[in-house]
Design a protein around this ligand. Structure first.
Ligand code: 2BA
Length: 109
């Protein structure tokens, strides 16, 4: 069994969960925040049997789109004077950031 941890954009999360549930995958949704953009994203936890792993990854890849986002990033001006001026930066977010771990034990009480 594998534990898939997928960080996805909020815009994709409902459709992704629906697709996964329709195919019989178990999903836990966490409301999370990206460290760089400091905006909301969604983290999904999925415990998946090895023989269903590829199917789950295929759904994630199909549903999650990459998008460009403009973010304001602070830049320091005046050194130790501590003045800040925001400037726009464009970043490409997603489709999905996926971590896969082998599960040693899976128990339901
Ligand atoms: P954020 O940390 O808010 O990052 C959003 C996007 O900003 C990233 O998209 C990337 O394109 C860009 N970015 C992140 N750090 C950057 C930096 N130091 N300099 C320039 N651009 C940077 P993704 O790579 O698709 O990541 C989407 C979200 O996935 C991230 O949101 C974060 O919540 C998570 N994530 C990505 N890599 C991770 C990792 N190695 N460990 C844990 N979470 C990760």
């Amino acid at each position: 069994m594998k534990m898939i941890i997928a960080i996805v954009q909020d815009e994709d999360s409902s459709r992704l969960i629906s697709n996964l549930m329709n195919e019989g995958y178990g999903v836990t949704k966490l409301a999370t925040t990206g460290g760089f953009l400091k905006s909301g994203n969604t983290t999904l936890l999925m415990g998946v049997d090895d023989n269903r792993f590829d199917g789950c990854m295929a759904i994630i890849e199909k549903v999650c789109k990459s998008r460009k986002q403009i973010s304001s990033s602070p830049v320091t001006m005046g050194g130790s004077a501590g003045m800040y001026a925001p400037y726009p930066i464009e970043v490409t977010v997603g489709g999905a950031t996926v971590f896969v771990m082998t599960v040693d034990q899976f128990v339901k009480f």
